[in-house]
Write a protein that binds this ligand. Structure first.
Ligand SMILES: Nc1ncnc2c1ncn2[C@@H]1O[C@H](COP(=O)(O)OP(=O)(O)OP(=O)(O)O)[C@@H](O)[C@H]1O
Length: 265
């Protein structure tokens, strides 16, 4: 479903991973993985349970350090990426098991994303002209725009824990968007959702990509969703890359078909 308009916006390489290997003791989570992500692209990572998808995301945002390989992000080469550095370089993520403050309002939760972004440039902030108050107002405005964009105005003041799961996932997306990420990592954004919630979330992901120009890397188990919204798909199995390409290419790849036939889904 990637439209011609979106294809035209896809730019040069934003992230390149070369020969990445990661092991936990004797367990090889990732073996010799190379892949790239282009600017403004929606790139899916799929694969059976335990294939290494979350590990790959965690290497991208510096939570795990690969024992081998290197990462080039926006032209800067890293042998070792830290989570702080990843945040400074504009990488934000959402989590499979939501990382929201359940007792806090929707507005305040999204504001925490904004504050996270602000702490990344403490020095810059100290020297910036203008009052703290003015900055606070600008941040509020930015967050209110996100709330409008995600169509969650009616819930602004409601504690997140009281919202249905699908809406909580949307708030989590809002919190990540408040960081103004250049690259957004989504770990199973549709997990646990009903069909209608999945359709809504798919639309929001496409809109974020279109309107904010954000590059998106997502892990998703729902094949229909993956094939619909992704520009390119990488397939992992037992920590190895077994497929990479446009949705239609990947769907016809015999290794991919075999991996999925042999798995439970
Ligand atoms: N922190 C860790 N310590 C030890 N082993 C780990 C750790 N994280 C992942 N692994 C192992 O690495 C392998 C890949 O796991 P990973 O969670 O990346 O797969 P996945 O594709 O995201 O799986 P799922 O779809 O079930 O979430 C698995 O064998 C897993 O047990």
């Amino acid at each position: 479903m990637s439209s011609g308009v979106r294809d035209q916006r896809i730019g040069g390489t934003l992230l390149e991973m070369r020969n990445i290997s990661l092991a936990f003791g004797g367990v090889k989570a990732l073996t010799d993985i190379s892949l790239d992500v282009k600017e403004h692209e929606i790139r899916a990572i799929i694969g059976p349970n335990g294939a290494g998808k979350s590990s790959l995301l965690n290497v991208i945002n510096g939570v795990y350090t690969a024992q081998q390989g290197e990462i080039t992000l926006a032209g800067v080469k890293f042998a070792k990426m830290s989570s702080r550095r990843a945040a400074e370089m504009g990488i934000a993520r959402t989590f499979q098991n939501l990382a929201l403050f359940k007792g806090m309002s929707v507005l305040d939760n999204i504001m925490t994303g904004r504050n996270l972004r602000m702490t990344s440039g403490v020095l810059a902030q100290a020297f910036r002209l203008g009052s703290a108050e003015r900055e606070e107002i600008a941040n509020r405005e930015f967050v209110e725009n996100i709330i409008d964009f995600l169509e969650i105005q009616p819930y602004r003041k409601i504690p997140v824990g009281r919202l249905p799961y699908g809406l909580q996932k949307r708030v989590d997306l809002g919190r990540a968007l408040a960081m103004e990420p250049r690259m957004l990592l989504l770990d199973e954004p549709m997990a646990g959702m009903n069909i209608e919630e999945k359709q809504d979330m798919s639309r929001f992901i496409l809109d974020v990509n279109d309107e904010y120009g954000t590059t998106i890397v997502l892990i998703e188990h729902d094949m229909g969703v993956v094939m619909d919204i992704s520009d390119r798909v990488v397939v992992l199995d037992y920590g190895k890359k077994i497929g990479d390409g446009m949705p239609d290419e990947v769907r016809q790849n015999p290794d991919v078909i075999q991996a999925y036939l042999g798995a439970s889904h």
